[in-house]
Design a protein around this ligand. Structure first.
Ligand code: ADP
Ligand code: MG
Length: 228
């Protein structure tokens, strides 16, 4: 009986991991698909071609990195901790999210200060923010809206703020964020927030969520500022 129990626990972990991988791999695949579509335009300028190609390659690498990250749950290895310029990262994230925003008719506004450094794993930071921003875009699917991504300094913290003008959440819904498989979407997996919150906590970040039903949602993430 005991052996069986252990086996079923393992099966459960395996199914959680594989569902997460599927969920997270979809983001880079969507980006690559969007940029490949742009690449098939005949009148494309060479510099644009070059840029779209580079983004595709970077996103394929990211997909591979995500698979590696999830495999590391099963077999931990030291992660790459780097000095990250938050302004640069959100500019990159904005480029990745643009095809999805175009698809749903959302506008993305980015406002960032540069030279604000935090310490963390670049792929995990990108993945966390993309998951949160993607939910924001999806929350505005039925109407046009604005997704704002901002980064600024507040005392000894770097604040990364992601807000949308979408459907919003009740307090009850906010409290459920991050629970595995909590989703209100037809094709949702309910794993995005669990992954994001875990990674952000790993970077010593604090998350504050404010939301109003029918008005929109703000995610404020505070990371410790890395002094140069
Ligand atoms: P999924 O997106 O697959 O449903 P997530 O873990 O990313 O799973 O999100 C869980 C749920 O939290 C979503 O289904 C949605 O109901 C709610 N949610 C998250 N972010 C927002 C947001 N910005 N606006 C409204 N609801 C949100
Ligand atoms: Mg999601």
């Amino acid at each position: 009986l005991k052996k069986e129990l252990i086996f079923s626990e393992k099966m459960n972990v395996a199914s959680v991991i594989s569902a997460s991988v599927a969920h997270e791999i979809r983001n880079p695949l969507t980006a690559v698909r969007g940029f490949l579509q742009l690449l098939t335009q005949t009148d494309l300028k060479p510099d644009k071609k070059q840029m779209y190609g580079e983004i595709c390659l970077a996103e394929i690498d990211r997909a591979e990195q995500i698979i590696n990250d999830y495999l590391s749950l099963a077999k931990p290895y030291p992660e790459v901790v780097e000095k990250l310029d938050i302004g640069e990262e959100i500019q990159y994230i904005c480029n990745i999210l643009t095809p999805l925003a175009n698809l749903t008719g959302a506008e993305i506004q980015v406002k960032q200060d540069y030279q604000l450094f935090v310490s963390g794993d670049r792929q995990k930071l990108r993945q966390s923010i993309i998951n949160i921003a993607k939910n924001g875009i999806e929350a505005m699917a039925d109407k046009s809206g604005v997704l704002k991504i901002e980064a600024y300094r507040r005392n000894n913290e770097v604040i990364l703020s992601i807000s949308d003008t979408g459907i919003g959440m009740t307090n009850d819904q906010i409290n459920r964020l991050g629970m595995p498989y909590y989703s209100n979407k037809d094709k949702g997996t309910g794993l995005g927030m669990m992954v994001s919150f875990g990674f952000i906590k790993g970077m010593l970040g604090n998350i504050n969520v404010k939301s109003e039903v029918g008005k929109g949602t703000v995610f404020d993430i505070a990371f410790p500022l890395l002094k140069m």
